[in-house]
Design a protein around this ligand. Structure first.
Ligand code: UDP
Ligand code: MG
Length: 314
């Protein structure tokens, strides 16, 4: 680990005009207190349609540490994070949300762990200040995800945390389009450690995640890190075959030995509708993977840059 690391703080922002001034002020204050340097702040403006970009522009004019990457439209949180990671140059990179739900004052704590030799330090959310149903869904999601995923992903860990330069470089090698950063970060390996934090409510503005987007994000995570849903189809198919063979044997026995034929229109209808339901359902699951394969083979870049403010383009 580097003695006096250069720190990069990477933040995606989408329509955060109410919070951006406090954000820059608080991150700047934390960076001022750190040894080493020069540190940098890389903010990705994810196609905001409010005054966020204007505020960022004037801030960048007065602060040499600040680089603003303005995307050509809204590409989504994970794509914006990817853009930020592609443009940081520090020895240690901090990823955080721009709504101050990830308090920048934790950065020195992360750095202590980094100094001890950890490549990844992530915040583990012990408590959240959000609606109960949202907390419940997060709780369930992380637990289901852990069961399904083929890499061990820590429970209740968001994107907020520190990554060393070599972790960021490994992430850049992963060109997948549907990104689920906290999963990829575990996949990279190295020594990782959790720092327990209490997650505060937003400082300003409202969440930029609709329910639909949240579900989409959760599915991205599951489908990118597990093929268990497809296996489930195969397993259920095997069970259905076993049951139908057993029933066929029984029907034959009834016909030949007992001389009675099994009838039952209702049971038949139920079976047919049930099995076609299962068929269609798993066709959908397989389709989900096919769709994702399609998205990936198109090899479209995850984001398009409009312009870069504060530093010449790489
Ligand atoms: N964000 C983004 N692009 C989007 C949606 C969100 O860059 O399309 C940013 C947003 O500005 C914030 C972070 O991602 O800095 C997390 O979003 P938000 O706070 O809305 O998510 P939540 O904390 O509610 O899960
Ligand atoms: Mg938030």
């Amino acid at each position: 680990m580097i003695e006096r690391p250069r720190i990069s703080v990477a933040v995606p922002l989408y329509n955060e005009e109410d919070g951006v001034t406090e954000l820059l002020w608080r991150v700047g204050a934390v960076l001022d207190g750190l040894p080493g340097g020069p540190h940098e702040i890389v903010i990705v403006d994810d196609g905001s349609i409010d005054g966020t970009l204007r505020l960022l522009e004037s801030a960048a004019a007065g602060d040499g540490r600040l680089t603003v990457i303005s995307l050509s439209r809204n590409f989504g949180h994970q794509a914006a994070l990817t853009a930020a990671l592609d443009h940081v140059s520090g020895d240690a990179v901090i990823i955080m949300d721009g709504d101050l739900q990830d308090p920048p004052e934790l950065i020195p704590t992360f750095l202590e762990q980094y100094a001890k030799g950890f490549d990844v330090v992530y915040a583990q959310r012990m408590q959240r200040k959000e609606a109960w149903w949202l907390r419940l869904s997060f709780f369930l999601f992380y637990r289901i995800f852990r069961q399904l995923s083929n890499v061990p992903v820590p429970l209740d860990a968001g994107d907020f945390g520190l990554m060393s330069k070599r972790v960021v470089e490994a992430l850049r090698q992963a060109p997948e389009r549907h990104r689920f950063l906290r999963g990829l970060r575990s996949w990279v390996g190295f020594r990782q450690v959790a720092v327990p934090v209490e997650r505060p409510a937003r400082a300003a503005g409202t969440t930029k995640y609709s329910l639909r987007r949240r579900i989409g994000g959760a599915l991205d995570g599951i489908f990118a890190f597990s093929i268990l849903p497809i296996r489930a189809a195969a397993m259920l198919g095997a069970i259905a075959i076993a049951l139908s063979v057993a029933f066929a044997l029984y029907a034959l026995y009834a016909k030949l030995a007992l001389h009675e034929s099994r009838s039952g229109f209702t049971a038949l209808t139920m079976l047919i509708t049930f099995l076609s339901g299962i068929n269609l359902f798993f066709l959908g699951v397989v389709g989900e993977y096919v769709g994702r394969v399609y998205e990936e083979v198109k090899r479209r870049p995850p984001y398009v840059i409009g312009r870069i403010i504060g530093r010449p383009a790489r």
